[in-house]
Design a binder for this molecule. Structure first.
Ligand code: NAD
Length: 291
């Protein structure tokens, strides 16, 4: 029997074609952001790789581990271009309103519009809540939460023109609390809340907003900070950061392997194309977190 007679709606919107679209990826100089930028370039997108670059000297040099350097941002962009992709590097500090506006303005001027925003830039600081520095708390929220707000505010007027996509990189730490990770967990729970709120609000403009929640990815965030935390090394009685990371994966990840930037890139491509999906927080963690 024809489904139409029963009142079913089988029409399907066409999934967004990534080829020729313009995407901004923040925190793209290395790690997960770089993986996402490369994947969009492979699909034929015009990619704006945004990161602190030389601004790290002002905004990031006093952080607890090294944020990316100017050379890394340039290298990420030029490698994409050498492989035949289209990528422009632009410096941004996502915690600064003018800097976010400038990033969006320059991207639109270069490529004629904006279709996709990936809010990936993020920082972490761990430690017992009882003596956690207020300045660290503020800094984590300024990048991980306010950064999403400021970048989205600058991008939305352009995204509305085509029915665009926002993807926020949250974390499994946005779904469950972990000891010594109060500020980071709270910031990632907030990122998920903001994702849902924007999804509900922007749906009528045909803008979809989703989050990705990575599990354990061997980036600088893990190796330069998390693996070195005294708590982790004592928990697993390991000597090196590599051993700590491997022990965490073995102990906690049902699928028994770490996650990679390309796992996160796959999720970002899916969320870009999934035209009937908004407001979700897609966990990619090998079963470490099942919500
Ligand atoms: P990373 O430290 O390698 O990359 C983060 C990037 O963000 C760096 O290049 C850094 O320079 C940039 N950045 C920091 N502050 C910035 C600012 N104010 N303005 C612009 N850029 C800024 O770490 P990563 O693991 O690739 O992290 C990427 C995202 O994934 C983060 O949001 C992080 O919280 C999230 N995440 C990572 C893991 C993991 O296991 N590595 C797990 C869950 C979530």
């Amino acid at each position: 029997m024809a489904a139409m007679g029963l009142g079913f709606h089988n029409e399907r919107a066409t999934p967004m074609q990534i080829d020729g679209k313009t995407v901004i990826v923040t925190g793209a100089a290395r790690g997960i952001g770089r993986g996402i930028a490369e994947a969009f370039a492979n699909q034929g997108a015009n990619v704006v790789a945004a990161d602190l670059g030389s601004l790290a000297l002002e905004a990031g040099s006093d952080w607890h581990y090294s944020l990316s350097a100017e050379t890394e941002l340039e290298a990420a962009a030029s490698e994409i271009n050498q492989r035949g992709g289209t990528c422009m590097a632009i410096e941004v500090d996502v915690s600064d309103r003018d800097s976010c506006q400038n990033l969006v303005d320059e991207s639109v001027a270069a490529f004629g519009g904006l279709d996709i925003l990936v809010n990936n830039a993020g920082i972490i600081q761990t430690g017992p809540i009882v003596d956690f520095a207020e300045s660290d708390w503020d800094r984590v929220f300024a990048v991980n939460v306010k950064g999403i707000f400021l970048m989205s505010q600058a991008a939305i007027p352009h995204l509305t023109k085509i029915g665009g996509v926002i993807i926020n990189v949250a974390s499994v730490a946005g779904k469950r609390g972990f000891a010594h990770m109060g500020a980071y967990c709270a910031s990632k729970f907030a990122a998920i809340g903001l994702t849902q709120s924007m999804a509900a609000e922007l749906a009528e403009l045909s803008i979809r907003v989703n989050a990705i929640c990575p599990g354990n990815v061997d980036t600088s965030m893990w190796f330069d900070h998390l693996s070195k935390s005294k708590q982790r090394q004592q928990e697993y009685s390991t000597d090196t950061v590599e051993e700590t990371f491997a022990a965490v994966i073995q102990d906690r990840v049902p699928l028994g392997r770490e996650q990679t930037p390309s796992d996160m890139a796959e999720a970002a491509l899916y969320l870009t194309r999934a035209d009937n999906v908004t407001g979700i927080s897609l966990t990619v963690s090998g079963g470490f977190e099942m919500n």
